[in-house]
Structures are given as structure tokens and as C-alpha cells.
Design a protein around this ligand. Structure first.
Ligand code: BES
Ligand code: MN
Ligand code: ZN
Length: 507
């Protein structure tokens, strides 16, 4: 999909449809008002009939056969007072999905008149349009190839052209990264082995100017990654440890590490999972996919800082060589772990990746993982859990993440949880019983982070969804790419500052 900017007046926009925003309770203003007049009041009619109230992602289609745009699609933005700039991504995504299903290939999209932060607006519209165009049905035979929206033109009006262009460039990179993560995640485990995941990371990473290194099993053993390798023991697929480096500030000693769980399939191992919904465990590398895609976006955005992406990738399988409950393994930092349940494998592979981040000299670490079913019980599919060891680091992250539209909920990491992870015969055990499963898993990870400021994101309930939204297909969501990229940009003092848009719109 191509997203571009044109200064055309909306009334003259040549397109299959012209997309206009509507707030709840509002009358038509700005562009929408002018178009309504050209259509003899047809848009005002839709609103006064009560057919559409303007709620977020609500739509109404009005045909306009004598106009250069053939149709008008009104898309709701909700209450003006509650508007946040990320909603423009949902506005654009909703339009792309609705019009794609109706065979429209070119659309023009108006900026809400009030959006004075043109850079943020263009970024969210581009990101939302591109992610709205993602179709998870990558294995369906393209018999009668569906027509989909191929080009989106943002009508700039008198907004700052330079700011719009830079927002467009950023939003395009981010939207493509979100879709890259989703494609990696939705691809089933027979076509997304650790080796294939590593090849995808190498190909996309190098194209984005990153250094990519992939450690094989022998190298991991040499480094002492006994915890990571214990998960790979039952699999016929060789494990890979993926390292992606972006050096945007060679003079600096600061290094941010992004660590993602790369379980390409989680059967549970010897502690095998029930068959029902086990196919969803192809998504157990969503954190790793998120890190790989975020690193690619960071390589293209070029913020001034150093970032390394680490993805331990392996299957978790039962088999004659598989790790057994009760086995004791040793991580890179020398700590011993009693494996009580081989289905608690994510923390085992992350343990060595966190040690490796420290070995590289990371000065801050964020890891993300579809780590615990308990997280889905606690927060459902509405938010990811965020846990960490540094309050100010956490608040900065939560602030930036919130502006992206991805939701993270801060959970506590009391010392009590670490007590649940003590083993009778080793330094740690890998499960702590039913209570607070997300937080005992976090306490386990903390033992490998040491003193480095660290944030852990449990995305088990948010990385993939079995329902669709007006703006997003069902399946993988691309969480946490938006938050990771935006946060990394903010560390370098770069990125968009959408708060200005919010302030302008609520005034
Ligand atoms: N990958 C799963 C967690 C998961 C569950 C992700 C549901 C997405 C949806 C993880 O490896 C796992 O199996 N965790 C166990 C841990 C338990 C054995 C302590 C769990 O949550 O049941
Ligand atoms: Mn598991
Ligand atoms: Zn898992």
C-alpha cells in the first residue's frame, strides 16, 4: 500500500472515496461542512437521521456520483474531549478495511481540521492505513484476487508540509514494522522454524542497515546458555540465538537491549499442553517477532542511540532427548534452575538472553514475551502487563506507550514473589504455583537481570486476538512494536510528540 500527501482541496480530490471525520454530538465542521454543501446536505442528513453518532470507528457510506470522489465515507472519532492522536490510526485503518471489502482501490483522507500537530497526525494515519491493510490469510489461493485499497492520499489542506512528510515517513516505517511482526507471528511453525526466523531477521535487518549475528547451538553451549538449550533439547529443529545491532551513537556507552521470547512452537514439552487451542502456540514467538520488527524500524528511523535486539529462538517439544520435570539446568550467570514444569519454558530462554544483554553491557533492558496464561486471566485481552525494577524508567515507558494506543498495566513486583521461586535443591525453580503467575514469572526473570534497569512486558493476552476490530483484522496485532519503537525514539529525544495534537483538539 502506498500512502502519500497531496495539497488537493477535498472537493476536488479524485478518488474512489473521500474519508471524513465525525465527532459524536458534533455538527459538521471544516472540510466535512464544505463537502456537505457540495452534496446538498447529504452528510448532515446521515447525522440528523441518527444513522451514525460519530462513535470511534463507526462508519456511514454516502454515494456522490457526480463528484471527483465517488463516495464519502464518514468515520467516527468519538467524543472530542476524549480524542487522542492514536485514534487517527484507527480512523484510517477503519476506512481502509471498510473500503477494501467494497472493492475501492484509491482513497483520499481528510485530516481533522483541529489536528495542528501535523507530524503526529500524518504518522498515525500512515501507520493505521498500512496496518489496516494487513490480511492474515497469507495461505489462501489468490483465485479472484480481491481488490483492496492500494493508495491512500492524505489531504494536507494548509497544514505544515514538512511536518506532514516526516510524519508520513515515520508512520510508514512503523506500519510496515507492525505488519512484518504480524506476518512472522501468523506464519505457522512448520514455516517459521528458529532457522527461518533467524533468516528473516538477517534479511530485513541487513536491509535496514543493522548488524545481524546468529549464534548456533554449539556457540550457545560455549557461552553457557544451559537454560536456553534445555528448552531446545526435545526439538529436531536447531535453536538459534538472534542478535541485531543498531549503533546510532557510537560515542556513547549507553546501550538499550530489547529482548523477545522466540518460541516458534510451544507444545509444553514433557509437561504437554492439552490439544484444545494448542495451534495458537505458533504465536509464542510474538515477543521475538516484535523485537525483530522494532529493530528493523529503528534501523530505518535512525535515532541517536545504541540498541541491541536479542531473540532466543527454539521450539518447545517433547521427545527422547527432552528436558524432564525435575531436571536441573544452569544459566549463563551460573545460577541453577530446577525445571518443575517444562511448559514454563519462556522464562528459561529469557534467563540466558537477559544474562547475555548484561554481558554486552546493556544499561537498560526491555523484554517482551507471551509468557503466562495467568496474565490473560488477570487482564484479559485488554492490556499487557508491565513489571520492572526501576520506577522512573517504568513511568517514562508507560507515558510513551500510552500515546501509541497500545495498553500496558503496571503490576507490582514484591519480594514475596521471589520466595515462591525458591527450589529445595537449586538456586531457583521455574514455577511458583498458581498464585500471581505473571509476577512469579517476573520474579524469576529478575534473578537474571541483576541491577540493570529493566522492564518486562507480558503480552500473552494482547499479541494475538480471535476477534477483529473495525480497524484491525483478527490474529496477530503487532503488539509491542508501536510501544517499543516509540519508547526507543523517546530515549533519543526523537519521535513524534502527539500530546500537542491532543491539546489542540480538546480546546
Ligand atoms: N506460552 C505460554 C503462555 C501463554 C498462554 C501464552 C496462553 C499465550 C496464551 C507459556 O509458555 C506457558 O505455557 N506458561 C505456563 C506457565 C506455567 C506452567 C507456570 C502457563 O501460563 O500456564
Ligand atoms: Mn509454555
Ligand atoms: Zn510459551
Amino acid at each position: 500500500m502506498q500512502v502519500r500527501i497531496a495539497p488537493d482541496a477535498p472537493a476536488a480530490a479524485k478518488a474512489g472515496a473521500l474519508v471524513l471525520p465525525v465527532f459524536t454530538g458534533g455538527s459538521l465542521t471544516g472540510t466535512a461542512k464544505a463537502i456537505d454543501e457540495a452534496l446538498g446536505g447529504a452528510l448532515a442528513d446521515v447525522l440528523s437521521s441518527g444513522e451514525m453518532k460519530g462513535k470511534l470507528a463507526e462508519v456511514a457510506l454516502v454515494h456522490a456520483k457526480d463528484q471527483p470522489f465517488r463516495r464519502v465515507l464518514l468515520v467516527g472519532l468519538g467524543e472530542k474531549e476524549k480524542f487522542e492522536p492514536f485514534m487517527l490510526a484507527r480512523y484510517a485503518g477503519t476506512a481502509v478495511r471498510y473500503l477494501s471489502r467494497r472493492g475501492v482501490s484509491q482513497i483520499a483522507i481528510a485530516l481533522p481540521q483541529e489536528a495542528d500537530n501535523a507530524e503526529a497526525a500524518a504518522s498515525f494515519i500512515a501507520e493505521g492505513a498500512i496496518s489496516g491493510g494487513f490480511d492474515p490469510a497469507i495461505y489462501q489461493t489468490p483465485e479472484d484476487k480481491k481488490t483492496t485499497v492500494e493508495s491512500v492520499t492524505i489531504l494536507s489542506g494548509d497544514a505544515n508540509a514538512k511536518a506532514l512528510q516526516s510524519g508520513l515517513a515515520r508512520g510508514t516505517i512503523l506500519g510496515e514494522a507492525v505488519n512484518f511482526a504480524r506476518r512472522l507471528a501468523v506464519t505457522p511453525a512448520n514455516d517459521m522454524t528458529p532457522a527461518i526466523l533467524a533468516d528473516e531477521a538477517a534479511k530485513a535487518g541487513k536491509a535496514a542497515g543493522l548488524e545481524v549475528e546468529v549464534l548456533d547451538e554449539a556457540k550457545a553451549r560455549e557461552l553457557g546458555m544451559g537454560s536456553f538449550l534445555s528448552v531446545a533439547a526435545g526439538s529436531a529443529q536447531p535453536p538459534k540465538f538472534i542478535i541485531m545491532r543498531y549503533n546510532g551513537d557510537p560515542g556513547s556507552k549507553e546501550l538499550t537491549a530489547l529482548v523477545g521470547k522466540g518460541i516458534t512452537f510451544d507444545t509444553g514439552g514433557i509437561s504437554i499442553k492439552p490439544a484444545e487451542r494448542m495451534e495458537e502456540m505458533k504465536y509464542d514467538m510474538s515477543g521475538g517477532a516484535g523485537v525483530i520488527a522494532s529493530m528493523v524500524a529503528i534501523g530505518k528511523l535512525k535515532p541517536k542511540l545504541n540498541v541491541v535486539g536479542l531473540v532466543p529462538a527454539t521450539e518447545n517439544m517433547p521427545g527422547g532427548k527432552a528436558t524432564k520435570p525435575g531436571d536441573v539446568v544452569k544459566a549463563m550467570n551460573g545460577k541453577t534452575i530446577e525445571v518443575i514444569n517444562t511448559d514454563a519454558e519462556g522464562r528459561l530462554i529469557l534467563a540466558d538472553a537477559l544474562c547475555y544483554a548484561n554481558k554486552l553491557g546493556a544499561t537498560r533492558i526491555i523484554d517482551c514475551a507471551t509468557l503466562t496464561g495467568a496474565c490473560v486471566i488477570a487482564l484479559g485481552h485488554a492490556a499487557s502487563a508491565a513489571v520492572g525494577n526501576d520506577e522512573s524508567y517504568m513511568h517514562q515507558f508507560l507515558n510513551v506507550a500510552k500515546s501509541t494506543g497500545e495498553r500496558y498495566w503496571h503490576m507490582p513486583l514484591y519480594d514475596d514473589y521471589a520466595n515462591q521461586m525458591k527450589s529445595d535443591i537449586a538456586d531457583l525453580k521455574n514455577t511458583g504455583g498458581r498464585p500471581a503467575g505473571t509476577l512469579t514469572a517476573s520474579a524469576f526473570l529478575k534473578a537474571f537481570v541483576d541491577k540493570t534497569p529493566w522492564i518486562h512486558l507480558d503480552i500473552a493476552g494482547t499479541a494475538y486476538l480471535d476477534n477483529e476490530f473495525a480497524w484491525q483484522a483478527k490474529g496477530p496485532t503487532g503488539t509491542p512494536v508501536r510501544a517499543l519503537v516509540s519508547y526507543v525514539e523517546s530515549l533519543a529525544g526523537a519521535g513524534i510528540r502527539p500530546n500537542g495534537v491532543a491539546a489542540a483538539l480538546s480546546s
